[in-house]
Design a protein around this ligand. Structure first.
Ligand code: NDP
Length: 399
């Protein structure tokens, strides 16, 4: 039984909050606190009546002082950060000041540069250790489940893993010519950045979308996928024994890419502020305001996601291949929690990671990436809470 403060009330938070309420044995009390309180109240109204007691609050998560006051007032056992990556450090500071455990799903990004690195959050290791509290970084799907899959593969199937290909396939169709499945600003910053992969201890940088492959995904079919930089490459490169190469691929349809190229060509994806009618605006933030809200895609998205990792390594001196993945159906997710599968596949692991830190299974003072914990309880919970995993010992490899 525990008490969690959940910050943010967008697409991912909505799923995590539904899941906390389904898991009232672990979450006896939750507070939903976000910038727009009316969204928290609407969700509370929808979910009230179960065993989990829900309260709501307004908070600006850029303000450590406001967060400290809220934590002191509510006294949660843990804070689950489901706001945006820009708020990670202010929330970690508030957790330190109040000695409260911390969980998130995305690494800190400075608003003015699209940089995906753990260095800012890893700099908190000693402070969290000294305070005797745990920070669990990246408890979504990717990062998140991909790290748990890697730790599980190493623990149960390999003596060393040399190669990991993370394949993130969204075979869903929302019927719009262009929309993003999670926060458009964060999504577009990620896919317009240079790509990179980790090889023999070094980053190899590519132009955005320079490397393309086609893969035949179970229950989805053949899709084009592109190599992107992704934050878990950095931590897995350090934490998984024997690693020589890690790559991350994400599928994109032609319509998405054509629109994205056009938006980029006209300057709409820029994060440099411009003067517009006497006011400073960031083009990408303006674009976000005119695109469909990802939370509204749920009812109209059909199809499935298929996300997982293909491992190549050695067991008893022999080369071995192993594929761990999850398939999730957009409409099934919508029926269960009112959201599409991209939010679902992030919100469920966010709830599970929070539960494991809160109930002590995963507590160790300091700041840790998810693959640094024992993967077994998390793998068991994925099957129980809606993201069952599948495995193959003879996967088709990516060229
Ligand atoms: P949304 O934009 O849907 O939701 C973000 C929420 O945070 C909104 O409720 C927003 O409030 C709130 N918020 C933003 N700024 C502040 C602030 N200063 N103070 C308080 N609240 C604030 O995003 P998503 O739900 O799509 O994504 C949430 C997180 O999940 C992001 O960090 C994203 O990167 C991460 N993510 C991780 C994935 C993974 O697999 N690891 C996959 C997908 C997403 P308001 O309602 O007022 O806008």
């Amino acid at each position: 039984m525990g008490k969690a403060l959940i910050i943010g009330c967008g697409g991912v938070a909505s799923v995590a909050i539904h899941k906390c309420c389904q898991n009232s044995e672990a979450f006896s009390d939750i507070m939903i606190a976000s910038r727009t309180k009316s969204k928290c109240d609407a969700l509370k109204q929808k979910l009230n009546g179960g065993k989990t007691r829900i309260t709501t609050a307004q908070v600006d998560a850029d303000s450590t002082e406001q967060l400290i006051n809220l934590i002191n007032e509510y006294k949660p056992d843990i804070v689950l950060n489901l706001a945006l990556p820009y708020q990670d450090l202010s929330i970690m500071d508030a957790c330190l000041a109040t000695k409260t455990h911390y969980v998130d799903t995305a690494n800190y990004e400075p608003p003015e540069t699209a940089k995906f690195e753990y260095k800012w959050q890893w700099a908190y290791r000693d402070k969290f250790k000294a305070a005797g509290i745990t920070a669990l970084l990246g408890s979504g799907f990717d990062p998140g489940v991909t790290g748990v899959f890697s730790a599980y593969a190493l623990k149960h199937h390999f003596d060393e893993i040399n190669d990991i290909d993370i394949l993130d396939c969204n075979g869903g169709d929302h019927g719009y010519p262009f929309a993003t499945n999670f926060n458009p600003e964060i999504n577009i910053r990620e896919v317009t950045a240079n790509g990179s992969y980790w090889q023999n201890g070094k980053w190899i940088e590519t132009k955005p979308m320079e490397i393309k492959r086609t893969y035949d995904f179970a229950e989805v079919g053949k899709k084009d996928m592109y190599l992107l930089h992704h934050e878990e490459l950095e931590s897995l490169g350090l934490n998984i024994k024997g690693i020589k190469r890690i790559r991350f691929f994400m599928t994109f349809g032609q319509s998405y890419l054509t629109h994205l190229n056009c938006l980029q060509d006209v300057g709409m994806t820029s994060i440099e502020p411009i003067d517009f009618e006497g006011k400073k605006i960031v083009p990408l933030q303006f674009l976000k305001a005119v695109l469909p809200d990802p939370a509204s895609l749920g009812p109209r998205t059909v199809g499935k996601t298929n996300i997982g990792c293909i491992f190549t390594g050695k067991k008893d001196g022999k080369e071995k291949h192993y594929y761990l993945y999850n398939i999730c159906d957009h409409q099934e997710c919508y029926k269960e929690v009112g959201s599409q599968a991209v939010s679902y596949t992030t919100g469920v692991p966010a709830m599970i990671g929070t539960m494991l830190v809160m109930n002590g299974t995963w507590q160790k003072p300091g700041v840790y990436n998810i693959e640094e914990f024992d993967p077994d309880p998390f793998m068991e919970a994925l099957n129980k809470w809606g993201l069952p995993w599948r495995e193959s010992f003879a996967p088709v490899l990516v060229e």
